[in-house]
Design a protein around this ligand. Structure first.
Ligand SMILES: [Zn+2]
Length: 290
């Protein structure tokens, strides 16, 4: 799989930003500034991460700063490839997730079914922050913004000089997924989407969905507004089963504008996201917190 990494870009995206695409699994992003290189996310294995760094010619004397957007497996399992040469920056919540053990359980589970992960060694972030952190690269500034909701430790990157936001998983096409059905997580995700919308970005680069269209942010926001309005209008409390039928008006296709054509696998994947978002909405409405 590591051989599947390739460079990608979008029309009008500055040449200092390179998208590192691992098939349809995930995109990481490499940014070259005057003072240093920045790698936002290390992909799924150290091998993939090394192949990605080779593709962009990172190495030699140029300093490298690594950012982990959050502690989901497809974004940081390549850390061992850079741990001996780079600081690894993440939100303080990432260290907590690393310590509490769940990330190690995910590795044990995935390694037992896929030999690609058998040799993955997890490495924790080494520099953490709480709200915002600026990396001053000279020509470019990378502002790391805590954008929770998809995950409590999620970080997006804003590059004001290029009006470009690396939104990672805070924005997703067709839909992002909320961390849990706790209404606070749903509020956090919507708050993060509003924060990103307020930046007025010309490019919003995602980790999943292969687009940089800023309109995705508004679509994601309208999706959550639609869920909230329609669940609020129901005359009974909805129970969202994993495979049960959803009421008319509340299916994935009913609530996402311009739902792209999805493969059967992707469709099942986003159906799960949708049901998780719906459960969070039902709880939020039930508790009067939406
Ligand atoms: Zn992800």
């Amino acid at each position: 799989m590591s051989g599947d990494i390739e460079l990608a870009s979008y029309p009008g995206l500055d040449a200092r930003i390179r998208v590192l695409r691992l098939g349809t699994v995930v995109d990481a992003v490499f940014v070259r500034t005057e003072r240093f290189d920045v790698l936002v996310d290390t992909l799924d294995t150290p091998e993939t991460c090394r192949a990605a760094l080779d593709l962009v010619g990172a190495g030699g004397d140029r300093p490298l700063i690594v950012v982990n957007s959050h502690m989901d497996w497809d974004h940081f399992w390549g850390n061992a490839a850079v741990a001996d040469r780079s600081v690894i920056v993440a939100h303080a919540g990432a260290s907590e997730r690393f310590r509490n053990g769940s990330v190690h359980e995910v590795l044990a589970r995935k390694a037992s079914t896929d030999p690609r992960f058998a040799t993955v060694e997890l490495c924790a972030p080494t520099v953490t922050f709480l709200d915002r952190l600026s990396l001053e690269g000279g020509d470019l500034t990378l502002e790391l913004l805590h954008t929770p909701g998809h995950a409590p430790d999620h970080v997006a990157v804003w590059i004001p000089q290029l009006r470009t936001c690396l939104a990672v998983d805070a924005v997703e096409r067709p839909i992002p997924k909320v961390w849990s059905d706790d209404p606070a997580d749903l509020r956090a995700l919507v708050g993060s989407l509003r924060l990103i919308e307020s930046l007025g970005a010309r490019h919003v680069v995602l980790a999943h969905g292969q687009t940089d269209a800023p309109s995705t942010v508004g679509r994601n926001l309208r999706y959550f507004e639609t869920l909230s309005e329609r669940v609020g209008r129901l005359d009974r409390r909805l129970t969202v089963e994993e495979n049960g039928e959803l009421p008319a008006g509340l299916t994935l296709a009913d609530t996402v504008e311009n739902l792209p054509n999805l493969s059967a696998d992707a469709r099942r994947f986003y159906e799960r996201f949708h049901r998780a978002n719906l459960r969070a909405t039902v709880r939020a409405i039930g508790e009067g917190a939406a």
